[in-house]
Design a protein around this ligand. Structure first.
Ligand code: ADE
Length: 225
């Protein structure tokens, strides 16, 4: 999968993809992330990419030309399955959306800043608008990093244990059950006996029941959607 990220602050994306699972995904050739500095594509002086809003009001808006120039260039090089704009007024990102995106080939993610991007780019280029939660970030970069991480780890071969993404919270509409590791007795706090029983059937039933309990307690809406 190839993901092209358009940003005015590429430095914000230096770190998230260069460690741990995202790094491994790229080293294995399963994920190819490219960040593009929008300022390199503006026809305006002093690398200007934003301007005042028509109609007045506080806050600058990202101008259409630099975005269109870069989008045209990328779209002439290959076809994209989605042009995503990350924005607080987009559809809420969830595991189902991550699963869907993980099946795509090439994606573009546009990160907004200031008051956002000119509406005409949303109308004529963007195919999907995503919010990662009901709060406002200073820019779309962290949202893009969240999406790339959530999607990238689902690509076949990225996780060592292929089954581990399947047992994540949300994959079956439930939260994941509690997990324990050594020692079996830590400060007198004991691991549930069933996990030490060596009986995989019993463990499976216990985990399922704990998942149901946890979901009912913490996120009842997930079960009744
Ligand atoms: N940009 C600013 N806030 C955002 C959010 N909550 N989700 C996605 N992009 C954003």
């Amino acid at each position: 999968m190839r993901i092209d990220i358009i940003t005015v602050v590429p430095e914000l994306l230096d770190s998230p993809f260069n460690h741990s699972i995202m790094k491994r995904a790229q080293n294995k050739g399963l994920l190819d992330v490219h960040t593009h500095n929008l300022r390199h594509y503006t026809p305006y002086k002093q690398a200007q990419v934003d301007d005042y809003q028509f109609g007045g009001g506080a806050g600058m808006v990202m101008m259409p030309e630099p975005l269109a120039i870069l989008l045209d260039k990328l779209m002439a090089e290959r076809t994209y399955d989605e042009v995503i704009y990350v924005t607080p007024d987009g559809s809420l990102f969830d595991q189902k959306m991550a699963n869907g995106l993980s099946l795509k080939g090439n994606l573009i993610i546009i990160c907004g800043h200031y008051k956002g991007i000119d509406e005409r780019i949303r109308q004529h280029f963007v195919t999907k608008e995503i919010s990662i939660g009901d709060y406002v970030l200073s820019g779309g970069e962290l949202a893009a990093a969240v999406i790339v991480d959530a999607v990238g780890r689902l690509l076949p071969g990225v996780l060592n244990d292929e089954t581990s993404a399947l047992t994540d919270s949300f994959q079956d509409g439930l939260l994941a059950p509690p997990v324990y590791t050594r020692p079996a007795d830590f400060r007198g706090w004991k691991v549930p006996d069933v996990l030490l029983s060596g009986d995989p059937k019993k463990v499976e039933v216990w985990r399922y029941e704990e998942s149901l309990k946890r979901t009912e307690e913490r996120r009842p809406g997930l079960m009744h959607d």
